[in-house]
Design a protein around this ligand. Structure first.
Ligand code: NSS
Length: 436
């Protein structure tokens, strides 16, 4: 008895050595066209699409009639021979001998040309699109490279909590929830917990969801995003900036290496992206950023925060990612260490992506002195009791330390060249929408 031909992925059919071989493929109907006694089914699987040709005289009436009626997104299996066919998209096709229908799909709700709100309502189906599939593959490489970078450089991966009792990045963007008899919040950042973990492991990192109740909908804010964070004992702000740029350069180099096809599908211009593989990245201080903006005619003054518009303007000065450091203390979080020589600014940094994208990382050196930190917490109007445990870290063997947080979807948005962050995550959350 002849053994069954093996299952292959679509991408494996696009090879000369497969020509003439009998194979099996499983997937979904991407396109479907009937021409007389032939059906052209374009089959989609995780690796691509390929044309499959069914001939009535070969597959028989029963199979032919069943496949003829199928709508797009029906799931099927085909068995047949790989053939070279210059007229087929991609140059290869499957000459089908047998087909089996698994799940019929009729009237798939997405036909092309729908508006964004409709597509978001049907996100559970829209994620099958080639565009979103392509972006998810790039995100996979970003996450893989991030983890690989930390593993190779001796960092410990840890698992901080998501349910928290206090704010890390200010009360304005906290999601509150009922936690048994009391109130709690969804974490905005693992930072405070990572700080507690450096006392045993010194160099730690984590990948967690972070939550921000952003009041307005923008192109680069999600209510739930994936946060890659690092914290290390003994590290200065400069040390941590080096880690940040090495990490980003490593991620970009891996995506360029592994996702050539995906970047091409998205028509991503690689000229500027390629510069990000080389470090160090340029560094400017906040003061200089303000001067640049003023020269460019932006109405801004020392002390103002940099928003998306200001950041976009600044990115025009650079052809690679760049750091801004030494921000006024008033616009940054309570935990940031003040510059010893200039106590009006903090030892904090942002890393901005070029081509208009802006901030992808925020980090800096932490206040490690008990009394100074206590004063910052009081000045901020926080309840000291909520931060008692965090203050303890400065009471029992305090050390200089630094850290940062990278927004995974911000990085994906930039690397993939997206105009909106929503496509960097399969099920985006922002104000006014939590479905599907
Ligand atoms: O607020 S951050 O700038 N900094 C922190 O949360 C620090 N506690 C991180 C740390 O030092 N461990 O956020 C860090 C990054 C920021 O640069 C963005 O890339 C991303 O997190 N971020 C977001 N991405 C998507 N949507 C929203 N709303 C968002 N907010 C921050």
């Amino acid at each position: 008895m002849l053994s069954s031909p093996r299952y292959i992925y679509v991408k494996d059919a696009y090879r000369d050595e497969m020509v003439g071989k009998e194979v099996r493929l499983r997937g979904w109907v991407y396109r479907h066209r009937v021409v007389g006694n032939k059906i052209f089914v374009v089959l989609r699987d995780p690796t691509g699409i390929i044309q499959c040709v069914l001939d009535r005289s070969i597959v028989g009436d029963e199979v032919f009639d069943e496949v003829e009626r199928l709508g797009i997104e029906s799931s099927i299996e085909v068995r047949g021979m790989v053939r070279k066919e210059p007229r087929a998209p991609g140059g290869y096709e499957i000459h089908v001998r047998y087909a089996k229908v698994y799940g019929v799909s009729r009237d798939f709700p997405i036909k092309g040309g729908e508006g964004i709100d409709y597509l978001l309502d049907n996100r559970h189906l829209w994620i099958r699109s080639r565009k979103l599939t392509t972006i998810m593959k790039i995100k996979h490489s970003v996450l893989e490279a991030g983890r690989e970078y930390f593993l190779r450089n001796g960092w410990w991966e840890v698992t901080p909590p998501i349910l928290t009792a206090s704010a890390c990045e200010g009360g304005a963007t906290l999601f509150e929830l009922k936690y048994f008899e009391r109130k709690a919040y969804l974490s905005q950042s693992a930072q405070l917990y990572l700080e507690a973990l450096i006392y045993s492991l010194e160099k730690v990192w984590s990948l967690t969801p972070s939550f921000r109740a952003e009041k307005s909908r923008t192109r680069r804010h999600l209510a739930e995003y994936w946060h890659l964070e690092a914290e290390a004992a003994w590290y200065t702000m400069d040390d941590m900036m080096k880690v940040s740029e090495e990490l980003v350069a490593y991620i970009v180099s891996k995506v360029l290496e592994k996702n050539k096809n995906e970047l091409e599908f998205l028509k991503r211009d690689l000229t500027i992206l390629k510069n990000a593989v080389e470090t160090p990245y340029p560094r400017i201080e906040y003061d200089e950023a303000i001067e640049i903006l003023q020269k460019r005619g932006v109405a801004i003054e020392w002390g103002d925060d940099l928003g998306a518009d200001e950041e976009r303007e600044l990115t025009k000065e650079f052809d690679r990612p760049f750091f801004i450091t030494h921000f006024p203390r008033e616009i940054k979080s309570f935990y940031m260490k003040l510059d010893r020589d200039r106590p009006d600014v903090v030892l904090g940094f942002d890393l901005l992506a070029p081509e208009g994208y802006g901030e992808i990382i925020g980090g800096g050196e932490r206040e490690d002195d008990y009394n100074k930190l206590l004063q910052r917490i009081i000045d901020e109007g926080y309840t000291v009791d909520d931060y008692k445990w965090y203050l303890d870290l400065r009471k029992y063997g305090s050390v200089p330390h630094s850290g940062f947080g990278l927004g995974v979807e911000r990085v994906v948005m930039w690397i993939a060249g997206l105009d909106h962050i929503r496509d960097a995550i399969p099920f985006p959350r922002f104000r006014g929408r939590i479905y599907p």
